[in-house]
Design a protein around this ligand. Structure first.
Ligand SMILES: *[C@@H]1O[C@H](CO)[C@@H](O)[C@H](O)[C@H]1NC(C)=O
Ligand SMILES: *[C@@H]1O[C@H](CO)[C@@H](O)[C@H](O)[C@H]1NC(C)=O
Ligand SMILES: *[C@@H]1O[C@H](CO)[C@@H](O)[C@H](O)[C@H]1NC(C)=O
Ligand SMILES: *[C@@H]1O[C@H](CO)[C@@H](O)[C@H](O)[C@H]1NC(C)=O
Ligand SMILES: *[C@@H]1O[C@H](CO)[C@@H](O)[C@H](O)[C@H]1NC(C)=O
Length: 924
């Protein structure tokens, strides 16, 4: 339309006289008696009437018959319809305010084939076919449910509940939502009772399911009541989302909900800023204002308009407040008139009355219906419908094409109104066109967070959150009571240059992280707090798991970790006194000693029978009377001892067999000494390690060291559910261990590792292991991570601050702030950093031997020398006795004589006693 309406109107004023000669076209319009929009409906009809008067190209004038009906007088309406059809040649019927009235009009229309244009949501049309003259201009339930389904998908709702008021409205919606793919989120349907009757219990039930997203299907007048009741049940928090199916929701006065925190989405059929809409609204206003411009030759309508003009407060026309059915009525009238005019121009329509009793279908009706169905009309001046193009109807007469604006309530804004965020078109039902850019969304999110005070739930556990030391017993409240990594992390996130927010920490009552109890069918711990919306965030060493992710949202992990093994370091025990014995086992020592004795005996015996070992004692005498054998027991023992000590001996056997035996012994000694030396070296350089493990595989492959984890924790779950054979074997071993290797907490596990002297290894998360090993130098981490997971900040589903929070965490990560924070709490404030120095010191001294290692040798030397002294003393006394016998002295005299001689260290010679050794040899 190029020219303004006002212009057209003025030009066409000149044609008014012609209009008087036009044919009258009667239409019946049924409006809802108690409907709130009946005033505007009147104006809409008047406006349409005026347009036909001036703009219509053909020679018709519209004669509207308006009936305000009440759903209680169905019979009366039936009579009225029949008598009207008989009295006048009615060309079409419009409206019907209520489903009850609709029934009778629809059946009359069908029987007599009078076109019937409906303007309300009618779910009962689906059984109709293209034989029926019924058109419903309201977007069909099918179309709406498609739009809803798309919205649900785009918003990525995990699960949602459809709250509905009456089965009728829900019927089609339910059908459409049921035809879902298995990947679609689960949906529940809850029927609200009448106000006051059972509605509270339904809402209570809904609250207990913890669902956050709703589709609310109810009459427009009930929306506020239901939302108020939802608020009482704490179902209207910032985490809840409502999508209203009622296309009139935006016409309500939402200013009472200015402090609403929930996210309310609705659809709007009419783009109220469109030129056509604004100009039509101007026309409606002028219908009220300019009496002289109106050529409404209808006394009823004129009277009604007159009444409205003098009404206080004055009736105003505001496109944002006009109900959809009023807009649709206007569009339906225009559609009908366009088609009527075009058909009449082609071939004159014979409008004639019809009778309910005779049931003869009207002929003009059939032509109009066919024209509408086959889209046999031009979209001319009259047909730029307020509600967008009307071109397609389903077989049952439902309007198929429409455009819906997705509108979102902008809470906390000054205007408290809806704004368009996206556009849905029936031509591409699976997507929406976004009207709001993501950057402007981000700005809004930022604003929401600015100044927000986050309720942060956490639990005590070093170093994430700890009670502050309080030596002076000061009175502390709020965040001042605690300190730790979590507190600092939140502090960084909430810095003015980041999110500029504030926060309050509190402790979770049951001190749990959050596990699902299948019997009670509920979660506990931190997850529970979030699900009950008591907290906005949960920060501690909370692992992101699939199960938890179903119930709450997580940020990106601020710390990544995996299961690893905590084990005690090797204890540096002081070496045993007799550690030089260690290279050979006790058995070997005993066997060697036995072999020494036996070989000595054998040499002795072999030497006696071997002639070569009987020697001439006096080499100068070629014919000795006696031969001599030096291999007495003493010498045999000396020979073998000398060789095993690698010393050799000054006398050696001469016989072949004795040499044979001796050389065998030498061979034995050589090997034994070499073995001893080699092993000794190894023993001295090696710490006393005990059994060693280096990985989970090592643990699984042995049974000396027991291992366990926290009972019922995520580590236990990892081993329980794993399919990897090694870990599965470890789980079986852990389960069957007696006594139980499962610990109540990490603390107990660490204690057990410390106390058990390398007989117990504890499986826990690497970050905790790092913390423990920094603080306790006797502990160490063994092996790599068995799995990989992360700690994240948890928040309720739907939280608006999820994205900004994510960005904040990522930024901290990229700037290295998270690493610094970890160093602070893991090392600086945890006596950390000293263990590495200890290790260096150990390595420095490892190469050299201390007195500890060789002390035993000194002891043996001292012991041996002592024994030698004792023997010397015995020998001395033995000699004293002999001297006494030979020299006929008393024992005492002999003792003094010998002692005196022994003490006289300068005496170099001693007198020979009567018994030389040669006699002993010869006796042998
Ligand atoms: C139809 O005409 C009859 C008689 O002329 C009249 O009594 C009746 O009120 C009319 N009905 C309607 C609906 O106008
Ligand atoms: C409202 O909820 C929808 C989906 O749940 C989401 O896409 C949208 O961003 C939310 N709006 C606000 C302002 O949070
Ligand atoms: C509504 O109409 C105005 C004016 O024609 C247009 O600028 C705007 O994009 C339309 N809005 C939607 C959502 O189509
Ligand atoms: C942070 O928020 C406060 C109000 O809560 C505001 O006064 C201040 O300017 C904000 N700072 C920044 C850097 O945005
Ligand atoms: C583990 O094994 C079971 C049975 O063999 C199988 O059904 C399951 O899918 C496996 N799980 C994984 C994570 O591979």
């Amino acid at each position: 339309m190029k020219r303004s309406y006002r212009g057209i109107v003025t030009v066409l004023l000149l044609l008014v006289p012609i209009a008087n000669s036009r044919k009258a076209v009667h239409v019946a319009i049924f409006l809802d008696d108690d409907g709130d929009d009946s005033e505007l409906s009147t104006i809409a009809v008047a406006s349409a009437l005026r347009r036909t008067t001036f703009v219509q190209v053909s020679d018709f004038t519209l004669k509207p018959h308006i009936y305000w009906t009440n759903k209680d007088d169905v019979l009366k309406v039936g009579d009225t319809v029949c008598s009207l059809l008989e009295n006048q040649s009615v060309a079409a019927m419009f409206g019907a305010g209520s489903p009850e009235i609709n029934e009778i009009i629809q059946s009359t229309s069908t029987a007599l084939h009078i076109p019937y244009f409906q303007t309300f949501w009618n779910t009962k049309l689906s059984s109709y076919n293209d034989e029926f003259p019924v058109f419903n201009l309201h977007p069909s339930p099918d179309v709406l449910s498609k739009a809803l389904a798309t919205l649900v998908r785009i918003n990525a709702w995990k699960t949602y509940t459809v709250i509905y008021e009456d089965d009728d409205g829900l019927y089609m919606l339910q059908e459409a939502l049921k035809q879902r793919s298995p990947t679609d989120p689960p949906v529940a349907f809850k029927k609200l009772g009448e106000p006051g009757k059972g509605r509270r219990s339904v809402l209570k039930e809904i609250k207990s399911t913890g669902v956050l997203d709703f589709i609310l299907d109810c009459k427009v007048d009930h929306i506020f009541d239901i939302l108020r009741e939802a608020k009482e049940h704490k179902l209207l928090s910032e985490y809840h989302s409502y999508t209203l199916t009622n296309l009139d929701a935006h016409t309500l006065d939402w200013s009472t909900f200015r402090d609403l925190e929930s996210n309310i989405t609705t659809f709007r059929l009419v783009n109220t800023t469109r030129r056509m809409v604004t100009s039509t609204m101007a026309e409606w206003t002028s219908v009220l204002g300019y009496n002289d411009l109106i050529d409404v030759k209808d006394p009823v309508l004129n009277n009604e308009l007159e009444r409205l003009r003098h009404k206080t407060p004055p009736v105003t026309v505001n496109a944002n407040k006009v109900r959809v059915k009023t807009m649709l009525l206007y569009d339906a009238l225009n559609l009908f008139l366009t088609v009527l005019a075009e058909q009449d121009a082609k071939q004159e329509l014979n409008l004639a009355p019809v009778s309910c009793d005779e049931s003869t279908p009207s002929l003009h009706g059939r032509r109009i219906v066919e024209a509408v169905r086959q889209k046999d009309f031009k979209k001319g001046v009259l047909l730029d419908p307020l509600t967008g193009p009307i071109s397609e109807f389903s077989k049952s007469g439902q309007r198929l094409n429409c455009q819906l604006e997705v509108m979102e309530f902008a809470p906390k804004s000054v205007t408290s109104s809806f704004r368009t965020v996206a556009l849905w078109k029936s031509s591409s039902p699976d997507q929406v066109e976004f009207e709001v850019t993501s950057t402007s969304r981000e700005e809004e999110e930022k604003e929401v967070i600015q100044g927000k005070n986050f309720r942060v739930v956490s639990r005590l556990g070093a170093p994430y959150l700890m009670q502050k030391a309080n030596p002076n017993n000061e009175f502390r409240t709020g965040n001042d009571r605690y300190e730790g990594y979590a507190m600092d992390l939140m502090g960084m996130i909430c810095k003015p240059e980041s999110l500029n927010c504030s926060y309050t920490f509190y402790l979770v009552p049951d001190n749990n992280y959050g596990t699902y109890d299948p019997e009670k069918k509920q979660w506990n711990g931190l997850i529970r707090e979030l699900m009950d919306l008591k907290a906005d965030l949960a920060i501690c060493d909370l692992t992101i798991t699939y199960e938890r992710k179903q119930e709450v949202d997580f940020t990106v992990p601020f710390m990544t970790l995996g299961i690893s093994i905590l084990y005690a370091k090797a204890v540096k025990e002081p070496p045993a006194l007799l550690s030089f014995m260690l290279p050979l086992s006790l058995d070997v020592w005993l066997y060697t000693a036995t072999a020494y004795l036996v070989v000595s005996m054998i040499i002795f015996l072999v030497a006696r029978i071997n002639p070569n070992d009987w020697e001439n004692p006096h080499p100068c005498d070629p014919n000795p009377k006696e031969l001599e054998n030096i291999w007495n027991i003493k010498n045999c023992l000396w020979l073998t001892l000398g060789s095993i000590m690698a010393q050799g001996c000054d006398i050696l056997p001469k016989g072949i067999s004795t040499r044979m035996v001796t050389s065998m012994w030498w061979f034995f000694s050589l090997i034994m000494t070499a073995c001893y030396t080699a092993n000794m070296a190894a023993f001295l350089t090696m710490e006393r390690m005990g059994p060693t493990i280096e990985s989970a595989e090592d643990l699984a492959a042995q049974n000396k060291i027991q291992y366990g984890c926290v009972k019922g924790g995520s580590t236990a779950a990892f081993f329980r559910d794993t399919n990897f054979s090694t870990y599965h074997r470890m789980w079986v071993a852990m389960e069957s261990a007696e006594p139980s290797v499962f610990m109540a907490s990490n603390k107990d596990g660490v204690k057990k590792v410390t106390d058990s002297k390398r007989k117990y290894a504890f499986l826990m998360e690497s970050s905790s292991i790092e913390y423990e090993t920094e603080g306790n130098c006797d502990l160490m981490q063994v092996g790599n991570l068995l799995d990989s997971k992360g700690y994240g900040i948890a928040m309720p589903m739907n939280a608006r601050y999820r994205k900004p929070l994510n960005r904040a965490v990522l930024r901290l990560q990229e700037m290295g702030e998270l690493l610094r924070l970890k160093d602070k709490w893991w090392k600086e404030l945890n006596r950390g950093g000293q263990c590495t120095r200890d290790k260096d010191a150990v390595e420095d001294t490892a190469a050299e031997l201390g007195l500890d290692h060789v002390g035993g040798v000194f002891v043996v030397l001292a012991g041996g020398v002592c024994v030698a002294l004792v023997i010397a003393i015995c020998e001395f006394f033995w000699n004293v006795r002999k001297v006494a016998v030979v020299e006929h002295l008393s024992v005492k005299e002999a003792f003094y004589k010998e002692l005196k001689f022994a003490m006289n260290i300068w005496a170099r010679q001693k007198k020979v006693m009567s018994s030389p050794s040669s006699r002993e040899i010869s006796l042998n």
